[in-house]
Each structure stands twice: as C-alpha cells, then as structure tokens.
Design a protein around this ligand. Structure first.
Ligand code: ZN
Length: 246
C-alpha cells in the first residue's frame, strides 16, 4: 500500500490542491494526522476535498476539536482561537458532523502504521526534544509512528540498542526505514502552514511494505490562501506567516 501522509492542512485549500497535484499517481490511500481546519480561510473546501479522497485512517487534531465545537479553544492564542471558532461557525452541518466523528489518536491503520496528532501519549502534546521522542515511543509499541502538530518535518530512528538518530532527509530523497528492529517517529510537516522557514506545502509518501518514506514539498498559490484568510476577516498575521513558512 502506498500512502499519502497529510498533516496540518489548516483550511489551506490551494496548498492541499498543489499537494494532490504533486502526488498524483504516487499513492493509493491517505493517512490524515489531524488539523484539517483552523488558521486558514477555506475550512469547507478543505473538508469537502479531503472527504472525496480514499482515506485509510485518520485522527483529529486540536484545531479540529475546536472547529467541530467539541472544545472552546480557551487554551489557544487569540488568533488561533478566532480562526478555529470562525471555522466552527462556517462549516456546513454535514462537514461539522464528519469532523466531530474523527477519532482521537493513536489509531492503528491496517498496515500496522500508527497515527497520532501530537504524540501517542497525548494527542495534544508536542514532540520536539529527545525526551518527548522517547516518551512518545514508550507510549505505543508500534514500529512506525506518524505524528504532526509541530508543523516541522522529522524522521527519527530508535535502533535496537536504544540509540536515537535524526535521519531527516532532504525533500524528494527517499529514506529507507529498513531493519525490523528499528522504530521510527515520522512527521510529514504541515501542508497548510509550514513553520520550518520553507513556505512550500509539506507532505510525505510512505510505503510500509518496502520501508520507504519520502518527504516532499510543493509550491502553491500563497497569495490565494492569504486572500481567503483576509476575506474571512481573520487576523492578517495568519496570512503574513504563510509567505515566510513560519
Ligand atoms: Zn496544526
């Protein structure tokens, strides 16, 4: 099975469209790591488009919970909260219901790949430091654990001797996940709001049978997504950051 791995699309319809165009014919089913809505100006377009894809497994993100009306976003910063509450008001009843039904991670796909938004230990936790990585790997026995939430692409390997290594490769360069005794924590980066200083949409392709992981970046129409944010009356800072990838 060839998976398209998407995380943190954040209501950015043109970024999603570019990713689907860039990845065409290279995948069979999608794995969704959460945060389809929030920050961006096109929540319905994004949820409609994602629902039209063959989805193998999905989890919800923290912004999805607020967008779906399951939480009130009290713990969000003001701009993030404004965008998530606006998504909640804007989503069609059908899309709201679909979003509300997304499961909390971790979720295990048929292939044994594990999906979570933040960490298998806590769907809202951020995995940044080596300590966070070890906590995440201890919380679930899965060999391949996919996560999002930080908006930073990552490929970290734990070997049979308990050594942790950063194996992040350049976009377009496939990574061999190889060895059965090696465990991986993999983040495809963010489709709709990259934060690693690269404005291009980030996503990944994964083939568990052959142990192949490939991070990819796709150029998209940033101006169109900025216009959608401003047209929705959301804080202009959310539009500005898209051009910076920050
Ligand atoms: Zn996010």
């Amino acid at each position: 099975m060839r998976y398209l791995v998407l995380s943190d699309v954040h209501a950015n319809a043109s970024a999603l469209e570019s990713v689907l165009e860039d990845a065409r014919d290279a995948w069979d089913a999608a794995l969704l790591l959460g945060d389809l809505v929030g920050y961006g100006g096109s929540p319905n377009e994004v949820v409609d488009r994602v629902r039209s894809l063959p989805i193998a497994a999905a989890v919800r993100g923290n912004h999805d919970k607020v967008g779906a009306g399951l939480e009130d976003g009290r713990n969000f910063n003001p701009a993030a909260r404004a965008a998530a509450l606006w998504a909640n008001e804007s989503l069609s009843p059908d899309n709201l219901e679909w979003l509300r039904a997304l499961p909390r991670g971790p979720v295990v796909a048929d292939s044994g790949v594990v999906l979570c938004h933040g960490s298998p230990a806590d769907e809202d936790a951020y995995v940044f430091s080596p300590r966070d990585v070890l906590d995440a790997l201890q919380a679930h026995p899965g060999r391949l654990i996919l996560f999002g939430h930080t908006h930073l692409p990552m490929a970290l390997r734990l070997d049979e001797l308990g050594r942790l290594a950063d194996r992040s490769a350049r976009p377009g360069q496939a990574l061999a996940l190889g060895h059965e005794a090696h465990r991986w924590l993999l983040n495809p980066g963010s489709v709709g709001q990259p934060r690693d200083g690269n404005a291009r949409a980030s996503y990944a392709l994964l083939e568990p049978e052959t142990g192949r992981w490939e991070l990819r970046r796709a150029e998209y129409d940033v101006a169109a997504s900025q216009a959608a944010i401003l047209a929705a009356g959301l804080p202009s800072f959310l539009a500005d950051r898209l051009a910076l990838g920050a």
